[in-house]
Design a protein around this ligand. Structure first.
Ligand code: NAI
Ligand code: MG
Length: 510
């Protein structure tokens, strides 16, 4: 299918959109392997759409085993020389890459908006800034790849080193593609590994654009980017015998599959999977902060498409009506629109598949006796918005905690509110879920805050804020939410290196 040059039809953003479509067209049909941005071995492609108006943005290569093989071989060939470069020098190259991306980040953010439907002002631009920050965090950590010395007997030198693993496979989703690229390639490369990254089929372009820039500083083969479907490209990549580590972000069901693929060859894996996270408001909370904290926590400005989203909002009955009214007022004021327009706060959902998934749970909620739609519940009325995958921010109550609507990850702009009175019962309900990624409590009561922090089953716990995980915050979950931590010094050491124990015995002094 030819690439359409249709600009976003909404008007104001046309020049920005035209430049981003041009960039997309240039990247169309390409992968980055062995330092070359060019066509893959396969002739097959799939369409990348702008979810705000369903225009075709580009055709991305539908890579299969042959292209996986070529990319892994390139990473494998590049590995010995890359691992031999002093770690701080590798860090300097990653820092340089961050600088080059920063220099073009406005144009890259527009491309990111185009392929994800995320609003430029509230999402795409902050994501670029976060990704650059993430790269700089790891770039500066090269000198911290230290081992230990272990006290032993006289004449014995006993120490450990931290060594790279080899070729790392990264498999990422579409909801924050550049941020996740940075969170995976930053620590992997600085630690001395080389990488093959498979982008998500919904959003392959912006990551490829960043890899194109990286090519100016990284030796060929150190960082390769391919596109394709999960079973066809992701699976052979994870299973490849030369891949010595897999880092994955996505659904828990695919995470479980990937754990199975790597089990067969016993290689380490990091899995950053979904969440269905409690955002809990106590009767004594500062509601001036907690109410916007519900909107921010649910990531309504990313259409709720976040694993960290606080999608189960537990509100004490004493403040229930005030909180619900305050949240509804804010949700109804959010501006949905052309993602490239600076005034837009909420963009479009990524794909029809995600839109339908969201609709499925909303229909289930409608069929639930006692359920109330406090706002939203489907497409907005605006005819321009009906051309794309826009879904109004939705708040529902009256859904029992054991309903799939409250238990399963919807990954759309839909949050459930649950009233509570007894703290222990509420905590039991908050923990009664198969996920364990993030959790927040709003209170002025230090003792309750500590009860919560000690007892909540989640990997990322906050009190009186519901922020996104920043670079240097060790991020990862329990239960179905995954294995291992990312975004931090610990993640680089624990998940992108292996430890070697060395004992040198001097023997009889000569
Ligand atoms: P997904 O988990 O199917 O896809 C994520 C990545 O894994 C993509 O690059 C995909 O091509 C790849 N993949 C899929 N199947 C694979 C396989 N068998 N082997 C290797 N790689 C494979 O996620 P999808 O379909 O985009 O979204 C479905 C649901 O997953 C969402 O509704 C949401 O609940 C969850 N999700 C969670 C994310 C998170 O940040 N933890 C991000 C995206 C989705
Ligand atoms: Mg999938």
């Amino acid at each position: 299918m030819p690439v359409s040059q249709v600009a976003v039809e909404f008007g104001r953003s046309a020049p920005l959109a035209a430049a981003a479509y041009k960039d997309a067209d240039r990247l169309s049909g390409k992968v980055l392997v062995d330092g070359v941005l060019g066509p893959p071995l396969t002739n097959e492609t799939f369409v990348v759409e702008n979810p705000a108006n369903m225009a075709v943005v580009a055709n991305a290569p539908r890579c299969r085993e042959a292209d996986v093989e070529r990319a892994v071989k390139s990473a494998h060939d590049a590995y010995p020389a890359w691992a031999a470069i002093p770690a701080r020098e590798r860090g300097r190259m990653v820092a340089r890459m961050a600088d080059l991306i920063e220099a073009e980040c406005e144009a890259i953010a527009a491309l990111l908006s185009l392929e994800t439907g995320n609003a430029l002002a509230t999402q795409a631009r902050p994501e670029m800034a976060g990704a650059i920050d993430m790269l700089r965090l790891f770039a500066g950590l090269g000198g911290e790849l230290k081992g230990r010395t272990v006290p032993s007997g006289p004449g014995i030198l006993h120490y450990t080193t931290r060594d790279p693993l080899g070729v790392v496979a990264g498999i990422i989703p579409w909801n924050a593609p550049v941020y996740l690229m940075a969170a995976k390639m930053g620590p992997a490369l600085v630690a001395g590994n080389t990488m093959v990254l498979k982008t998500a089929e919904q959003a392959p372009l912006t990551v490829l654009r960043c890899a194109e820039i990286a090519r100016h500083v990284l030796p060929p083969g150190v960082f390769n980017v391919i596109s394709g479907y999960g079973e066809e490209a992701g699976r052979p990549l994870a299973e490849h015998p030369l891949v010595r580590k897999v880092t994955f972000t996505g659904s828990w069901t695919v995470g479980r599959e990937i754990a199975g693929y790597v089990a067969a060859k016993l290689c380490p894996v990091t899995l950053e999977l979904g969440g269905k996270n409690p955002n809990i408001i106590m009767a004594d909370a500062d509601l001036e902060r907690a109410i916007p904290g519900v909107v921010q926590g649910m990531r309504f400005t990313r259409q709720g498409q976040s694993c960290t989203a606080g999608s189960r909002v537990f509100v004490h009955r004493a403040v229930y009506d005030r909180v619900v009214d305050g949240v509804v007022e804010r949700l109804e004021a959010l501006r949905l629109g052309d993602p490239l327009d600076e005034a837009t706060e909420v963009g479009a959902m990524i794909s029809e598949e995600q839109f339908d998934r969201c609709t499925y749970y909303v229909e289930m909620a409608r069929d639930t006796p006692g359920a109330r739609f406090l706002c939203g519940g489907g497409r907005p009325d605006d005819p321009d918005l009906r051309k794309g995958l826009f879904f109004s921010p939705t708040l529902i109550d009256g859904i029992p905690n054991d309903s799939p609507v409250c238990q399963e990850e919807i990954f759309g702009p839909v949050a459930c509110v649950l009233p509570w009175t007894d703290f222990d019962d509420m905590m039991a309900a908050a923990n009664d879920i198969a996920f364990g990624l993030a959790a927040t409590l709003w209170t002025r009561d230090l003792s309750r805050a500590m009860d919560f922090a000690e007892n909540i089953q989640a990997g990322f716990v906050q009190v009186n804020q519901y922020d996104t995980p920043q670079p240097n915050v060790a991020y990862g979950g329990l239960k179905r939410s995954g294995l291992g931590k990312e975004y931090s010094y610990e993640s680089m050491i624990d998940h992108f290196t292996t430890s070697k124990t060395i004992i040198i015995n001097r023997g009889t002094p000569g």
